[in-house]
Design a binder for this molecule. Structure first.
Ligand SMILES: *Cc1c(COP(=O)(O)O)cnc(C)c1O
Length: 336
């Protein structure tokens, strides 16, 4: 199968399966799992934070972070397109009594500081208390520049806010910028990292922050039913994702560029290659093309796409350069 739906569809490698089979485990709710403890200690150091927590998903990692930064009646500033506003079921409001204050993202994914400043509420009983700015990098495959993140740090310092990064795909950002992950993480009070997206672990995300913050995160994780027992089985694969699968993200980015350029040669498809900065391609598709029929034809050739306009195609560890060529060939045939 050549599956373009998401970078979450990857299967664990043999090395991951071996590590999972052989992992030393214990009850992590008691703090007894040596493989989880190793991952959390290693990850804290690697990303330049005091502490880390392994949890089940990116959505949970964001929710725990928001609940650990904000109390009932507080609010967080975020992008209108932010995953933790748009695509997490309103969890912060539903489960945390925290109000989101979304602000329109610019085309490049940034949020203008003038608009952010204007959205900060005065200290007055009419208003929610503005506590946090939450950014996302990459956002829809686009990379926020280091200079923007540095300015965001200055902004939150000036306004006495905390700064969170939804870093589900932060390693794609680091690889695209050609910098060590700490060049990005240094600006943030907290950061989440998805290990089951481009990095190829089967399950798991990290929350990173200082000791006091992570102990609040750990508490909320238990409250939300996210305490896991012999989770070392998962942490073993997660460690390999972080140690072995980072540099190869550059291949996904190259493949996405090749895919974008190839699609621009297909009648009825149009990609703005300027915004293909990492592993996500958005193609505008001529509305006369019957996309469900196209998807069905490609499925017969073991190729999976998600119909949509724009159509989103994501490259990952289980899609090779040859697979891109195969897809473009089969797409031409299916459209003929
Ligand atoms: C996928 C994603 C998440 C959520 O991760 P899940 O593991 O799917 O819950 C959060 N933020 C961003 C930016 C994402 O792309």
């Amino acid at each position: 199968m050549i599956d373009f739906r998401s970078d979450t569809v990857t299967r664990p490698t043999q090395a991951m399966r071996d590590a999972m089979a052989n992992a030393l485990v214990g009850d992590d709710v008691y703090g007894d799992d040596p493989t989880v403890n190793d991952l959390e200690q290693w990850a804290a150091e690697r990303h330049g934070f005091e502490s880390a927590l392994f949890c089940s998903s990116g959505t949970q990692a964001n929710l725990l972070s928001l609940m650990a930064h904000c109390e009932r009646g507080d609010e967080y500033l975020c992008g209108q397109q932010a995953h933790n506003y748009m695509f997490e079921g309103g969890g912060a409001a539903v489960l945390g009594s925290i109000q989101p204050q979304p602000i329109e993202n610019e085309k490049d994914g940034t949020i203008p500081f003038t608009k952010l400043a204007a959205a900060i509420k005065p200290d007055d009983a009419h208003f929610a208390r503005t506590r946090l700015l939450s950014l996302e990098n990459t956002i829809n495959g686009k990379v926020l520049p280091l200079s923007y993140m540095a300015q965001a740090r200055e902004f939150v310092n000036q306004h006495n806010l905390k700064l969170h990064l939804d870093g589900a795909r932060v390693y794609n950002a680091a690889v695209a910028l050609g910098v060590d992950i700490k060049e990005i993480s240094q600006y943030f009070d907290s950061m989440t990292v998805c290990l089951s997206k481009g990095l190829g672990a089967p399950i798991g995300s990290l929350v990173l922050g200082d000791k006091a913050f992570i102990s609040r995160v750990r508490r909320w994780r238990k409250v939300l039913g996210g305490g896991m027992r012999q989770a070392g089985i998962l942490a073993a694969a997660a460690k390999i994702a972080l140690t072995e699968h980072v540099d190869r993200l550059a291949d996904d980015h190259t493949n996405a560029k090749t895919l974008a350029e190839g699609l621009n040669r297909v009648p009825g498809f149009k990609v703005n290659t300027d915004v293909v900065q990492t592993n996500i391609v958005f193609a505008k598709v001529d509305p006369t093309i019957d996309q469900p029929a196209l998807a069905a034809k490609l499925k017969e050739k073991d190729i999976i796409i998600t119909p949509g306009n724009p159509m989103r195609l994501v490259t990952h560890i289980d899609i090779s350069g040859d697979d891109i060529d195969t897809f473009l060939k089969e797409l031409d045939i299916a459209l003929a």
